[in-house]
Design a protein around this ligand. Structure first.
Ligand code: XMP
Length: 489
């Protein structure tokens, strides 16, 4: 049985994803489709309501089909899509009247605004509108403009501001829309998701076997835990030790899967093979390519050696699926399972808690697929990997001891490839420099260097240079993203 849902049509920008996440946070299941989705696709999703989101940066008129507004399904359009909705219904816009400034808004008697009081807010853009027939203003601004309008009979609502981000009443507006206007049942909790998904996976898999390659990261671990809940030991996880993981990581993953999650785990030692592939390679892109290819080959061989399986699975999450524009193809290959394909990152962690995935697995910092290889500038060798692993472990240990590990998005060491003079055991030495990086971020799209306590930095520098031969200098990377990426390569 399909639960109630709100469709969010994405006309460009971040608004669609933010809207979907905010709806989910009030337990309303929401799904994002491209703004160009056909009426047929939209109808097939059987939404209780539709949100039109984004499009502010679009050059072309947004591809909004008038028929969508005539389906009898409530529609909430925000920002540029609200103006477009007015236009396709026969209204007109007359240029910008408020551009990035604060104004007072007072709400009219629409169910969309029930419980809200007039207040000041920041408007990105409000245009003068000649409303189409049937549409009436439902809010006024101190500048005498119409920031919101509706056709209550047809349940069409336009907001010239965003309900999905930075709006003090945004969540209340979305709640009024979804729960009262659309009468959507707020069934979406992670307990419910886990229960429904388990049943669905059991149906899909039948008495087949599932083979899944795991990285030990949050997504693959929660995905594997969900599959294990559904099919028990008919799930086999393949874990390739590339030699590019952090200190203690292989053991941590093995323990969590085998002992805590009781998942059948096959560990493949590909350390020498990966190193051989990386020998003499210095270009970052080439390193990534070779690691990826080797991993792929190893997995193919192992899958064949295990006699194959009826299904394979991955840990792809909602933004991954949207980014790959895979959504339309979902279900096309019935033999590849994506148990987390509808979840946002925050939801994956919550689902992990419901599934009792060990806390140390759920709260791990992001770690790139090519691992330590892209934190070693230049050629990757066994010796450099050992040095970096030790330096990184010291940094991580000190951060944990300072109680900062949960506060920092990502923190790690980089082997810079720079050499400089120093002294060791009374002798002049010419050794390598390690850089430390710690960043705050909420999505890895932008980041700021974390202001680590100076004594912590000094302590780490002292420990790294005394405990690890070959490193005589430690630098702290204070650059934000932009201009620098989080990773160095
Ligand atoms: P950048 O370096 O682009 O990183 O600022 C953004 C986030 O993505 C992670 N990252 C990767 N993750 N494979 C991954 O799975 C990769 O090749 C890769 N490169 C970067 C990075 O650690 C950060 O969290």
């Amino acid at each position: 049985m399909q639960g109630d849902r709100i469709l969010v049509l994405d006309f460009g920008g971040q608004q669609a994803l933010s809207t979907a996440q905010r709806l989910r946070s009030i337990r309303v299941f929401s799904q994002v489709l491209p703004g160009s989705a056909s009426l047929e696709t939209i109808r097939a999703a059987m939404p209780k309501g539709i949100v039109l989101a984004g499009g502010d940066a679009a050059q072309e008129p947004l591809p909004l089909d008038c028929a969508l507004l005539d389906m009898g399904i409530p529609v909430l359009a925000t920002g540029a899509s609200a103006r477009r909705m007015a236009e396709v219904l026969g209204g007109q816009t007359h240029g910008v009247s408020i551009d990035r400034r604060t104004a007072q808004i007072s709400f009219g008697a629409s169910p969309l605004f029930s419980g809200l009081e007039e207040s000041d807010r920041y408007f990105d853009r409000v245009e003068e509108l000649l409303l189409p027939e049937g549409m009436k203003p439902i809010a006024n601004s101190s500048a005498g403009l119409t920031p919101a309008f509706s056709n209550e009979e047809k349940r069409l609502y336009g907001l010239q501001f965003y309900a999905e981000s930075n709006d003090p009443d945004g969540l209340a507006i979305l709640r009024n829309f979804a729960l009262d206007i659309c009468q959507c049942d707020p069934w979406w909790t992670m307990e419910e998701f886990v229960e429904r998904k388990t049943q669905k996976l059991r149906q899909q898999i039948g008495d087949g076997n599932v083979l899944m390659a795991i990285s030990g990261g949050v997504d693959s671990s929660v995905s594997a835990a969900l599959l294990a809940r559904a099919v028990g030991d008919r799930l086999t996880c393949l874990f390739v030790d590339t030699g590019l993981l952090r200190k203690g990581e292989v053991e941590l993953v093995e323990r969590a899967y085998r002992e805590q999650l009781s998942i059948r785990l096959v560990r493949v030692d590909a350390r020498q093979r990966v190193l051989a592939q990386l020998s003499g390679v210095t270009a970052p892109e080439e390193k990534r390519r070779r690691i990826e290819n080797t991993l792929f080959q190893v997995l193919q061989e192992q899958a064949a050696a295990l006699g194959g399986a009826a299904f394979t699975a991955d840990g792809a999450i909602y933004p991954d699926m949207l980014a790959k524009a895979n959504l339309a193809k979902t279900g096309a290959d019935n033999h590849v399972l994506h148990p987390l394909q509808h979840l946002f990152k925050a939801e994956v962690r919550l689902a992990g808690e419901v599934l009792q995935v060990p806390r140390e697995m759920i709260s791990r910092q992001p770690f790139p697929g090519p691992g330590l290889a892209i934190r070693i500038m230049g050629e990757v060798t066994e010796n450099k990997l050992t040095m970096l692993r030790e330096a990184d472990a010291i940094f991580r240990q000190e951060i944990a001891e300072a109680g900062l590990d949960k506060r920092i998005w990502q923190y790690f060491a980089i082997l810079t490839g720079l050499h400089s003079f120093g002294t060791r055991d009374g002798q002049t030495c010419y050794e390598t420099a390690v850089a430390l990086r710690a960043v705050s971020s909420s999505d890895a799209v932008t980041a700021n260097a974390y202001r680590l306590p100076y004594d912590l930095l000094e302590r780490v520098a002292l420990r790294i240079t005394t405990e690890i031969p070959g490193i005589n200098r430690v630098l702290y990377d204070v650059t934000g993203k932009p201009s620098a990426m989080i990773e160095w390569e």
